[in-house]
Design a protein around this ligand. Structure first.
Ligand code: SAH
Length: 347
């Protein structure tokens, strides 16, 4: 099956004119529909015979919204997307003053094994193609009813490790920022990684000006390895060096994610080590308390300890803020909704 949303406008034109013998403008019309996440039935100005022929060998909408949950607290929406092989991934739309940020998934499941994360509990099922990642953005953007850019910002923070699906994620970034397509500036895109060092370097060399986010969670290698197996392959020092290189190449400030787990990484010693590790790096630290996932048995840090940790960082001269937790009433943490849906549906 060809996923049409995997293709740039010129790739689509070539594919459709070569295989279906139609004029390029028809391919251009189809490209327009794909950007609105319309299925073949909805492509009303495209000849029906062509639509029927395409339907046989191609997928139009690669990620269809099959369930939506809306938070009553803050308007956050959580989406469950169905891929063409029936696999499910999640996305979350968060509303801010400056625009709407969509969090998308890059893999079904994940093989990184972080102990606190729901996405990795069943391991990696498969990578998403570039079009399957893009389709999440297009499908939600289409809810904006006519607003060309309903989704203004994108974060690769749903299920999966983006740098473990490198080529497809890079193609996704190119498709997303393509002036022929949605034309989202990569400055409005954040890519979050647990720290696959060689691929941070590769990404830096491609000069894609995304915001790079490093999920650090513990500055001591021996402790970090206990919660993040990727630490066995790359030390925190190596990860931070790669981030430094990324900053040198792109000029984009690095974001460090720091999830506080009760009694594990919230002491003064942790703050002190974190500050010395990040010294000299252009960086901002996002602190959040762990969103408890039933299966993991881990607990988030108390409100008091979170504030105390932020004060430590402040005194140590690190730029740090608390990341607002959004959509807690709708299973905000990644991987939770998919698990719930699959359990409810007897999978
Ligand atoms: N694989 C990427 C993206 C994963 S999710 C990465 O590791 O960065 C995005 C962020 O959410 C990561 O920082 C991840 O560590 C964090 N996260 C995962 N589960 C969480 C939970 N239950 N509570 C708080 N943060 C969590």
């Amino acid at each position: 099956m060809n996923i049409l949303q995997d293709m740039t406008k010129s790739e689509l034109m070539e594919f459709i004119t070569a295989n279906y013998g139609v004029k390029p403008f028809v391919a251009g019309q189809i490209f327009g529909w794909l950007n609105k996440s319309a299925d073949f039935d909805g492509m009303t100005n495209v000849p029906k015979t062509l639509r029927d022929a395409l339907r046989k060998d191609c997928v139009a909408v690669a990620a269809k919204i099959v369930k939506t949950l809306s938070s009553e607290q803050d308007g956050t929406q959580k989406f469950l997307f169905e891929l063409c092989d029936g696999n499910l991934v999640e996305g979350v739309l968060m509303r801010y003053k400056y625009g709407n940020t969509l969090c998308v998934s890059s893999q079904v499941g994940c093989r990184m094994g972080c102990k606190f994360c729901a996405s990795t509990l069943d391991g990696l099922v498969r990578n998403l193609s570039a079009g399957e990642i893009l389709s999440q953005v297009l499908s939600v953007n289409a809810l904006g009813q006519g607003k060309e850019r309903y989704v203004t910002n994108v974060v690769l923070m749903g299920s999966g490790e983006p740098l473990d699906n490198f080529d497809n994620v890079v193609k996704f970034l190119r498709l997303l920022s393509d002036p022929d397509g949605l034309n989202v500036s990569l400055r409005n895109v954040s890519l979050s990684t647990c720290g696959i060092v060689p691929n941070i370097v590769r990404l830096a060399d491609m000069n894609l000006p995304v915001n790079l986010t490093l999920s650090l969670h513990n500055p001591f290698n021996d402790q970090r390895k206990q919660i993040m197996p990727v630490g066995n392959a790359y030390s925190v020092e190596q990860a931070v060096d790669a981030c430094r290189y990324f900053f040198e190449k792109t000029g984009r400030r690095i974001i460090v994610e720091y999830t506080l787990i009760d009694g594990q990484n919230d002491s003064y010693a942790h703050a002190l080590k974190l500050a010395s590790l990040l010294r000299g790096l252009s960086v901002h630290v996002n602190v959040i308390s762990l969103n408890p996932v039933k299966e993991t048995g881990l607990r988030g840090t108390s409100e008091t300890n979170l504030k105390r940790f932020l004060q430590y960082l402040d005194k140590l001269g690190l730029s740090a803020t608390r990341r607002r937790t959004m959509g807690q009433d709708i299973e905000g943490a990644c991987g939770q909704l998919r698990r719930r849906y699959m359990n409810d549906n007897g999978n």
